[in-house]
Ligand binder design. Structure first.
Ligand code: 7PJ
Length: 355
């Protein structure tokens, strides 16, 4: 294995006071600065499709003395700075506002400017720290949207959200839409193509100062679900995101402005999506905040039924908890109030009622 590489998947997670005590005793290490800690990790060594895995205690990892391992551990354990001005010490909910006539889960419901603005305000009141406004449906099978059309959908809505007590994010693959959104006050560029779709996006992101979410997708929305294939989905998605973070930093986007997302549903089978969700903690090795978007996606139906997207809400909330329990910092959801309740019950049970 000439170009063997190391990946670490933190396991044996502890929460709250127990986590702090175990870290103080040298029995655990903080995950992204805490308040979750890990007592052990799977060390995966090799290249996608040809790896070996060994289990280590946190103590053994620290005392290994291997340079590659030490730098990976440093990325996993370091406290994340605020993202787009938001502290990340508890999960932040990103509420979805689709201004599209064909969005797969709430298509047509919020496709007028007024309805979208009202819906965004409701999501903010319900506890969304971020409102994600999108004008191009990227659901499986969807066609690309013309630039003028996307600008017309998104920009007036973002302009109408000024003063909302939430950070505004724009879900777009187009540099011109990102720029127009930034002018109207958006602070985050959420790009499902990880700044690859539009050749101007890297420069635009660097110059506007927007925080960016880099998401993994295999293929284009139109055909991505036709036959997705990976040797090892978890490691390949990790490598891709790591490379895109590197490209972003090279282009002048500070690391502190970048978050990463494995892109559930984007060119992935049910098994791929479940593997990514189960291995969320491995992605802390990217050294940036993690965003997970499971909400109402088809893989939930693949597990346990749920014909229409809105009937996948309980499964969506379960997936959000699975991600949050592994330290994912940002959860992209449709039902903010419901997700908030689910998270609150989980948080109270592992961190205590006061937290
Ligand atoms: C995602 C997204 C996601 C990020 C969409 C849908 C399809 N952005 N935009 N992550 N999904 N960052 O709403 O389900 O998973 S569009």
């Amino acid at each position: 294995m000439a170009s063997a590489k190391l990946y670490l998947r933190p396991i044996g997670l502890l929460y709250g006071a127990t986590a702090a005590e175990a870290v103080a005793e040298g029995l655990a290490l903080p995950l992204a600065g805490g308040p979750i800690a890990f007592t052990a990790a799977e060390l995966i060594e090799g290249v996608p499709g040809n790896t070996r895995m060994r289990l280590f205690t946190a103590h053994a990892l620290v005392s290994s003395g291997e340079a590659d391992l030490a730098s990976l551990l440093a990325r996993i354990t370091a406290k994340r700075p605020p993202f787009a001005g938001m502290a990340l010490d508890r999960p932040v909910l990103m509420g979805i506002v689709n201004v599209t006539p064909d969005s797969f889960s709430d298509g047509g419901l919020f496709d007028t400017k007024e309805a979208a603005i009202v819906h965004a305000a409701e999501l903010a009141t319900a506890g969304a720290g971020i409102i994600d406004v999108g004008g191009e449906s990227t659901r499986p099978g969807s066609d690309a949207v013309d630039e003028t059309e996307e600008l017309d959908r998104v920009v007036p809505v973002i302009a109408g959200l000024a003063g909302l007590p939430a950070i505004i994010s724009v879900d777009t693959r187009k540099a011109s839409v990102a720029r127009a959104a930034a002018k109207k006050g958006a602070k985050i560029l959420n790009d499902v193509s990880a700044l690859t779709h539009d050749p101007h996006s890297l420069r635009e992101a660097a110059e506007t100062g927007l925080a960016v979410v880099l998401m993994h997708a295999q293929g284009e929305p139109k055909t991505m679900q036709d036959n997705p294939r990976y040797e090892d989905v978890v490691l390949e998605v990790f490598d891709y995101l790591e490379a895109r973070i590197g490209v972003g930093v090279q282009a002048g986007i500070e690391r502190s402005r970048i978050a990463a997302d494995p892109g559930l549903g984007f060119g992935k089978t049910l098994a791929h999506n479940l593997a990514l969700l189960a291995h969320t903690s491995l992605f802390h090795g990217l050294g940036v905040p993690l965003l997970i978007g499971a909400s109402r996606k088809r893989f939930i139906q693949g597990v346990s039924g749920g014909e229409g997207p809105s009937s996948r809400e309980p499964g969506s909330q379960a997936a959000a908890i699975v991600a949050a329990a592994q330290g994912a910092q940002i959860l992209r959801v449709h039902d903010v109030a419901g997700s908030r309740q689910a998270l609150a019950v989980w948080r109270a049970s592992v961190f205590g009622i006061e937290n």
